[in-house]
Ligand binder design. Structure first.
Ligand code: SAM
Length: 439
């Protein structure tokens, strides 16, 4: 049985009152698990109809679902590998709901790895606007990038930059900013019992200092009239209400937004919600603030017209939109109207489309992952058995025309290959291949 620190339970009694006993009873049960469906890949209904398990809606996000606690191998399901959904703890989905992302907006996710909330934001933007995802820890930023590619996010930037540097340079640029801050992880105790051992009052207080400092930086990147959501996966008063109260006391240009959401439990702040296992999630806190003033809408800028390499027209019925840019041998499709990104630790802007090699163009995995099957000329739909062979790197039969071919399973693009005389040469990246194909 999970042994919770006594100091922590004292704190929980202050926060939950008589519900603390209920919280302790919940902690003896299994942790909640969830998925968030990715609209960039297909319609929500289509994805739901393909799921091999029962998915019940969560109250925290309109495209979020509980999945059975004992469901095995979810990470290796073709739908997951193809980015049709992201495995996400249900209460963690609440922060993006509060952010209320609208199509066409520019959104900053300042502490973004591994990328669950960025994936949600990109799904809400549905291929419009911009999601800029930053992660200060470099190797975590690489994980963020691989999740960006898996989820097929094209209108996005991945960077690894200090929040103070990034937000100063991009002052007033974003309509919405999410600060999903590093925290003491009290809401992770059931999922990760190691977090219980690392817990201490000192750690809670040092997290609170770091959170306030990140929030101070974030404030600068938001435009007037813009919305900032602050979230953590911890319950502590100091790391949550305390941080918000201190931030508001030193930033008169910010105000609380009444949230009026019908989930979680009320806090002493009308702009914030707390979710505990009693309310159906492992643990989250989210607060919504607004930068005072009128938002100035961006001047309309026309989509940039640029030359699409012939090689891409041969692959696509409808070529991906964006700014086609080469860097050395590599071709990128970048989002339109990006600010100057130099010196901001950008590791990807848009999509890596491929590489020019001598006289030919070799497309990249990310190019196919960010495309819908209906826009691609050659598509090979695989059944559940053959897809395992493809995902393990094997060559497979393909009766289509010769040329680069998207590979789909359950009508979701999971990769590509090159068809040549009835065979598909496998281009699934070596680093992503699953170990063996079951016969
Ligand atoms: N939003 C992510 C998601 O949904 O997948 C989870 C983010 S996690 C709670 C907090 C992140 O903040 C971690 O990836 C951590 O590396 C990063 N971080 C740590 N120290 C930081 C700092 N001083 N400034 C900004 N981010 C920091």
């Amino acid at each position: 049985m999970l042994q919770l620190p006594l100091d922590f339970l004292e704190e929980m009694k202050m926060i939950l009152g008589k519900d603390c006993d209920l919280y302790e009873q919940c902690m003896e049960k299994e942790a909640f698990r969830g998925i968030a469906v990715n609209r960039l890949k297909a319609d929500k209904e289509q994805i739901l109809s393909e799921l091999p398990f029962v998915a019940e809606p969560v109250p925290f996000y309109e495209a979020g679902y509980y999945i059975p606690c004992d469901e095995k191998g979810v990470g290796n399901m073709p739908l997951h590998l193809g980015g049709a959904f992201y495995v996400q703890e249900p209460s963690a989905m609440s922060a993006v709901t509060l952010l209320d992302v609208q199509q066409g907006e520019k959104v900053l996710d300042l502490c973004a790895a591994p990328g669950g909330k960025s994936a949600q934001i990109a799904s809400c933007l549905n291929g419009t606007g911009l999601i800029w995802s930053n992660e200060v820890v470099r190797n975590r930023a690489q994980i963020l990038l691989s999740n960006f590619e898996r989820m097929g996010i094209a209108k996005g930037v991945v960077s690894s930059c200090y929040p103070e540097v990034l937000c100063k340079r991009l002052e007033g640029y974003f309509d919405k900013v999410l600060v999903d801050a590093p925290c003491s992880g009290e809401g992770m105790f059931r999922k990760n019992p190691e977090a219980v051992k690392e817990w201490s009052r000192e750690h809670v207080l040092s997290c609170a200092e770091r959170q306030l400092s990140i929030l101070r930086s974030a404030a600068g990147a938001l435009k007037k009239g813009g919305v900032l959501v602050y979230s953590t996966c911890t319950f502590s008063y100091e790391e949550n209400e305390g941080v918000i109260q201190k931030f508001l006391s030193e930033n008169e240009d910010f105000e609380m937004c009444e949230i009026g959401e019908h989930f979680g439990r009320k806090t002493v702040l009308p702009c914030a919600v707390r979710i505990t296992p009693i309310e159906g999630g492992e643990g989250h806190f989210a607060a919504k603030l607004r930068k005072k003033g009128e938002s100035v809408s961006d001047a309309y800028s026309k989509p940039v017209k640029n030359d699409v390499p012939k090689a891409l027209s041969e692959i696509f019925e409808q070529v991906p939109q964006g700014v086609y840019t080469t860097a050395g041998e590599k071709l990128y499709i970048m989002p339109e109207n990006l600010p100057d990104i130099k010196g901001l630790g950008v590791i990807r802007a848009g999509v890596l489309a491929g590489e020019f090699k001598k006289n030919r163009f070799e497309p990249a995995h990310a190019l196919f992952m960010s495309a819908k099957p209906e826009h691609i000329r050659r598509v090979l739909e695989l059944d559940d058995k053959t897809v395992k062979e493809f995902l393990s790197g094997m060559e497979i039969e393909s009766d289509g025309d010769n040329g680069y071919t998207a590979v789909t399973c359950h009508h979701i693009v999971i990769g590509f290959g090159k068809t040549s005389n009835g065979r598909l040469k496998n281009k699934y990246p070596k680093g992503l291949r699953i170990l063996s194909a079951e016969k």
